[in-house]
Design a protein around this ligand. Structure first.
Ligand code: HEC
Ligand code: HEC
Length: 296
């Protein structure tokens, strides 16, 4: 700090100066306050102790980046795992009952229902939200699970079946299965016929349409589509065929989207969860989805 071995003393205060001088102003060499100095030393000692005790330094080992673990081996991930474990343990009795009882019976028990809805909500966020949305509101190609419009049905049993076996999920023998043909790609209908039947679908859903083409389309609909969508286009839940007369569309209800659906088919896929989630979690999910507003 000092620039000359023997610095001057300031006349007014009698304190030694550092030798620094700016425009005639000289810096006094006052000692640091004791409290500050001791806090500073304490921090240094603390930081050394911390390095030894806690995980601190990253380093490159032969297996890649790792870090010093510290003598007490503290690990936040372990703490979280332990906490989650004790939550699960606290709920183990309830989850056991939720797994073995029919969802209807769980629904009749307020205490069990509380646990089921919480567990269902958490499992939904982990497994279902990527497709159905965090609020189960759905999006293009993925159905909204809050409303009372159902492809395959909205009773507890329907929902549980769908969640367990999935839809068009090849790896599950009992998956919900039904595939609408690709009428254009497979050469079942000509372009003009597809345009006509699309006009009829527009008419079914009370949208503006070309009445003449729709009349021709009605005949095609009667030949090709009623087996799944029903004579009046109201759909069929046994087959997962959507109602075409409402304003709810999975793939869009405008002319171009309908033509695309009929030409190439859609065949949305929903995974089966039976093999991946335990029975209690599936039942909890069932009750949670059922509670969202559209449950039947
Ligand atoms: C990979 C995307 C995906 C994931 C993940 C997913 N689903 Fe689905 N789900 C779909 C699709 C696509 C459909 C519609 C299939 C169809 O066309 O019938 C569907 C349909 C459903 C239906 C039937 C709706 C109806 O109207 O009948 C239910 C119930 C359902 N899903 C529940 C769940 C639950 C519960 C989970 C989480 C355990 C989940 N889904 C996870 C894609 C997904
Ligand atoms: C073998 C049964 C089957 C037949 C026959 C069938 N459909 Fe479908 N249709 C379905 C299923 C199942 C879906 C659900 C979408 C999917 O494939 O994932 C669907 C979906 C649709 C959709 C989309 C609805 C939406 O919400 O976006 C339209 C439009 C449609 N069908 C029109 C037709 C027309 C027009 C015909 C006749 C030319 C027809 N379907 C014949 C089973 C059928």
């Amino acid at each position: 700090m000092s620039e000359s071995p023997k610095n001057d003393r300031d006349d007014v205060t009698g304190v030694e100066t550092t030798g620094h001088e700016w425009d005639g102003i000289r810096e006094l060499n006052n000692p640091l306050p004791k409290w500050w100095l001791y806090t500073f030393y304490a921090c240094i000692i603390w930081s050394f102790a911390y390095w030894v005790v806690m995980p601190t330094w990253p380093y490159l080992s032969t297996e890649g980046w790792t870090y010093t673990k510290g003598v007490i081996g503290y690990d936040q991930r372990e703490v979280v795992t332990r906490e989650l474990g004790s939550i699960a343990e606290g709920r183990a009795d309830e989850m056991q009952q939720i797994a073995t009882l029919a969802p209807e019976d769980v629904a009749g028990n307020a205490a069990l229902m509380e646990v089921a809805l919480a567990a269902g909500k958490a499992a939904f966020g982990d497994n279902c939200a990527p497709c159905h949305g965090s609020g189960a509101q759905g999006s293009w190609g993925f159905p909204n699970l809050n409303d009372d419009v159902w492809l395959w049905g909205g009773t507890l049993e329907d929902i549980r079946y769908t969640a367990t076996h999935g839809i068009r999920w090849e790896a599950d023998d009992n998956t919900r299965q039904n595939v609408m043909m690709a009428y254009g790609r497979d050469g079942i209908l000509a372009r003009g016929e597809i345009a006509d039947v699309a006009e009829f679908v527009l008419a079914l859903s009370r949208q503006p349409n070309d009445a003449e083409a729709a009349a021709r389309g009605a005949d095609i609909f009667g030949e090709q589509c009623v087996t799944c969508h029903g004579a009046d286009g109201q759909g069929n839940r046994e087959l997962g065929a959507p109602n075409l007369t409402d304003a709810v569309w999975l793939y869009g209800g405008d002319r171009a989207s309908i033509i695309e659906t009929v030409s190439n088919g859609r065949s949305g896929v929903m995974p089966a969860w039976g093999g991946r989630l335990d029975a209690g979690t599936i039942n909890a999910l069932t009750l949670y989805v059922h509670s969202l507003g559209g449950g039947e």
